[in-house]
Write a protein that binds this ligand. Structure first.
Ligand code: DGL
Length: 272
């Protein structure tokens, strides 16, 4: 017997491991939803790649999730959300939610002075997607972006409270302090893990926005509006798929997800 529409899983995809921070946020607000996660670990990182390549990869990632009969797709990856939301929405026959719009809305709501900083991968920052989304909500907002590529390997290495990370964070964030920002969007899946060091470097004086957490709230609202919230109170099924061999994903992923992952399977034909 096939599951009722609301029991079908939410599909989440990312360039690799980082999207588990978004799964973590989703499970906090939607503890009964079944989730299928796909991480394109064979082709990560997406951040330094061209928009054309990221769009192509994003479509293939979407196809992996569609095979699993998902009821809604969350693009956990900021880089994909920034450059490929339109193509994914066109391909998927289900609602698609990216992380840029929810992050932008949360930042505008939080910022008193409307001076907002964005940090993310080179792809996300160069796309101007956050800046555009913020300016559509608040046309007079002052927005400054900064690519922080080294944060990704530091988070994966687990150096979340290391003096090297603090030094690099100071270097990256100093120009944003000159812009007198009062709010900073953590516009990359990995950055919530570095939240404490970023907060410290900014002297606890800037509001940090986790776009993954903001997205989870939008997913919760969207499911409710569409009558697709899973009414079951049984323990949900979380399924993890990756395109490369799962070893490192399993080890590092537990830190990103905040608890044990269980079984991780191989999917996506291109990693074999
Ligand atoms: N998931 C990516 C993002 O949020 C970071 C890692 C990558 O560069 O692929 O932009």
């Amino acid at each position: 017997m096939s599951p009722s529409p609301s029991q079908r899983p939410i599909g989440v995809f990312d360039s690799g491991i980082g999207g588990l921070t978004v799964v973590r946020a989703l499970t906090q607000v939607l503890p009964h939803e079944n989730i299928v996660y796909f991480g394109d670990t064979a082709r990560v990182p997406y951040g330094p790649k061209s928009p054309q390549v990221v769009r192509e990869y994003a479509l293939q990632d979407t196809d992996v999730l569609l095979k699993h009969d998902v009821k809604l797709i969350v693009i956990a990856c900021n880089t994909v959300s920034a450059v490929a939301l339109d193509v994914v929405q066109k391909r998927a026959r289900v609602p698609v939610i990216g992380v840029i719009q929810p992050g932008a809305e949360a930042a505008v709501a939080a910022s008193k002075k409307k001076r907002i900083g964005i940090i993310g991968t080179a792809g996300t920052i160069n796309s101007g997607a956050y800046t555009n989304a913020i300016r559509l909500i608040e046309s007079g907002a002052h927005v400054s972006g900064r690519a922080c590529p080294l944060f990704v390997p530091l988070a994966e290495e687990g150096w979340t409270d290391h003096k090297v990370t603090e030094l690099i964070a100071k270097e990256y964030l100093f120009p944003l302090t000159l812009e007198k920002i009062d709010t900073l969007v953590l516009g990359c899946t990995h950055y919530p893990l570095l939240r404490d060091v970023i907060d410290r470097v900014l002297h606890h004086s800037v509001t940090l926005i986790d776009s993954g957490a903001a997205t989870a709230l939008v997913v919760q609202r969207t499911l409710a509006e569409l009558g697709l919230t899973n009414a079951s109170t049984l323990k949900p099924h979380l399924r993890f798929l990756v395109s490369d061999i799962p070893n490192k994903f399993t080890e590092v992923g537990e830190r990103f997800l905040g608890h044990k992952l269980g079984k991780v399977e191989r999917d996506g034909g291109w990693g074999a």
